[in-house]
Write a protein that binds this ligand. Sequence first.
Ligand code: FES
Length: 132
Amino acid sequence: MSETTTAAPQKQAWHVGRSEDIPEHGRMVVDAGDKTVGVFRVGGDLVAYENRCAHMGGPICQGLIVPRVYEQFDDAGRPVGNAFDESDMHIACPWHGYEYSLKTGRHAGKKSIGLRPVTVEETDEGEVYVHI
Ligand code: FES
């Protein structure tokens, strides 16, 4: 019996920009190798995703960034209108409108659908890198 090991492919760091280039709810979309990646700041942290919508590959990272919309109800359970949740920012695909949580990358209505996350690093010196 022989033992087989498979080495994980080496990732390469790609410089994105400076920390101040990506303010809260801001973004940068950059080419990194053969991929295009969107980097976003949400709740002070950086998240990054490949710029390919899970629906049909649209440029999701270039979509509109909006707060989550939720329905409000009165004490009797009757709907009284919609409101925005500024603590849960979403991004909407410019092609057909699929909407994802920026923080998790998951589809707003169907959690089994999601964006492909990319490792992002912010150094103490204020430089931002993605690792592909
Ligand atoms: S490709 Fe994004 S919603 Fe269709």
